[in-house]
Write a protein that binds this ligand. Structure first.
Ligand SMILES: [Fe+2]
Length: 258
């Protein structure tokens, strides 16, 4: 599996607290089936993103963690003015593996009415937007039509694996399922921050998707789509979303699909 969102590097955000924890997190990911792990430190009002420092830490972590898992640089990019200016100056700097896909985090407190316009500027400069965990944003949970609009405009949605398991509360779980039912989820990632509360594991969520949706959807969300992101290639959405297990549409898709 390919995990496009994690905070495994030490001392640069609210993720790993030490290089020892970092190595354990990487080993845990590898032991549970992750073959590519994107380290995506925050770039927000609290944490400054220093790409050279991230690269140094990645090199150290690669040496200490050993083979069997590829570590790639990304960024958890908060939508704010300074970040947009910086990304427009260096369009690949914040993107996953510096190949063009940008993890985009919105504020929980406000959704700027010009969000789409700001994203268009980034897209014109060559970036592709992956919105992180819309199911955990209380404002977006009230704005399903906005998520639908963004997806119809070619933006992608990444859900956190633990949301499916109810670990971010009932509302996040329900909205995540609703988005899945409507074919609005393109990626599932761990957004790991530590070893226990928010571990870098995708195996449980993978199994959950196999059981509740289909093994084919699990392959797309955990393997094929994120692998295309690592390579900087377009997602193949020709068969997306695949038929659900037993051909039974979910409640939300019955309600909303024409
Ligand atoms: Fe994150």
């Amino acid at each position: 599996m390919v995990d496009i969102h994690s905070h495994v590097l030490p001392g640069i955000d609210d993720g790993s607290k030490s290089m020892e924890e970092t190595v354990e997190m990487i080993q845990m990911a590898r032991a549970h089936g992750t073959t590519v792990l994107v380290a995506s430190p925050h770039a927000d009002t609290q944490y400054t993103y220093d790409a050279a420092r991230v690269d140094e830490l990645l090199a150290e972590a690669r040496t200490l963690a050993g083979p069997g898992i590829q570590l790639v640089r990304g960024c958890d990019f908060h939508l704010m003015f300074d970040n947009i200016e910086a990304a427009l100056r260096e369009p690949l700097k914040y993107t996953i593996n510096q190949k063009g896909y940008l993890l985009m985090e919105l504020s929980d407190l406000t959704i700027f009415p010009n969000t789409g316009t700001l994203w268009s500027q980034l897209e014109e400069a060559g970036m592709k937007i992956i919105l992180t965990h819309p199911e955990r944003n209380p404002l977006l949970r009230q704005r399903l039509e906005l998520v639908q609009e963004w997806v119809s405009q070619g933006r992608f949605m990444q859900v956190t694996g633990q949301s499916l398991l109810g670990l971010f509360g009932k509302k996040a779980e329900e909205f995540a399922r609703q988005l899945l039912d409507l074919g609005l989820v393109h990626f599932i990632a761990s957004d790991a921050h530590d070893l226990r509360g928010r571990p870098p594991r995708l195996d449980v969520a993978f199994q959950w998707i196999c059981e509740h949706y289909s093994p084919r959807l699990a392959e797309l969300l955990f393997i094929e789509h994120p692998a295309a992101v690592i390579r900087g290639e377009a997602l193949d959405l020709s068969e997306f979303p695949p038929e659900r297990k037993g051909n039974k549409p979910g409640f939300w898709s019955r309600l909303f699909r024409k």
